[in-house]
Design a protein around this ligand. Sequence first.
Ligand SMILES: *Cc1c(COP(=O)(O)O)cnc(C)c1O
Length: 363
Amino acid sequence: MNEPYGRVYNFSAGPCTLPVEVLEEARDGLMNYKGAGMSVMEMSHRGKVFEGILDDTRNQLRKILSVPENFQILFLQGGASTQFSMVAMNFLCKGTADYITTGTWGAKGFESAALEGNAKEIFSGKSTNFDRLPCKDDLQFSPNAQYVYYTSNETVQGVEFKGDQSFPGHVVCDMSSDILSRPIDFNKYALIHAGAQKNMGPAGATVVIISDDMIDRVPQGLSPMFDYRVQAQNGSMYNTPPCWSIYMCGLTYHWVERQGGVTEMQKRAQKRSGLLYEAIDGSNGFYKGHSQKDCRSIMNVTFTLPNEDVTKTFVKEAEAAGFDGVKGHRATGGIRASIYNAFPVQGCVDFATFMKEFAGRNY
Ligand SMILES: *Cc1c(COP(=O)(O)O)cnc(C)c1O
């Protein structure tokens, strides 16, 4: 569908579609990266070439997200799931922390933290199958919380906070599935973390952006790989970093800038998701959005159809028409269309048309 390579519209939730330009650039350097005589996958992480790549990747992320100087950017391994534990290992030892659980990933973050210390879940959307966000009255923050933890976009349920939240104290946010989809006000955060494979690059690297103030609070005696201070002091090179993933993230960060930056990413995301929500809302109830309207994600559009059979038919026909990976997560069923930064707007125009046409035939 995306000429000239015969690529499908890839709605996968992650790993997911990457910009064609980025893939082409990576391909062109695969045999001989800029005269090094080898690919980035094959070179020493301690060599000049890779050190240049790491520096450039870090600087480029700082540039496109306007990360202030008092925040360190780390590229770690273990995915966002390791951050669930690492955040708690570093900051939960001295007291409690408040967890706001709005979906599957937040629930896992809380469970992992509860194994490390006294984590307190101050909100859970579980009773309504994670279809909503807390309102102001739902949230009673603990006066002595070491941090407040939440997930900006719940990838499975398609529930997303609109913009930065003004929660009290040190705010930790899992932005795995919506980082780079809008500007971020870092005054509102102490730490954000995000796996690469949703909006940045291939799986492998996990980005952590952490304030110096937070690093100062890391206790002594942590195992070095799980110690933010050690990772920061070593410039993400305490051990072999995920070199290839970092390199690919760097290419994507440059791509984002060429497209017009994160504000342009936000516009495109609103356009893409708007097309699909319009198809849902205009279907006379044939499609039902999973999340409540004011909590809808611009990255993961989730909805159900009248029954299992018609859902199966939908997935099958969608795939045959070149729309890959629309089957919903097992936790919610139905359909999930993940439409990250690199997903072409035209793919949503075409998918919305398919949805309307399918509803017409099956209503
Ligand atoms: C995908 C995802 C995760 C898990 O990431 P891993 O890299 O598989 O550990 C965590 N949180 C959110 C919001 C995600 O979308």
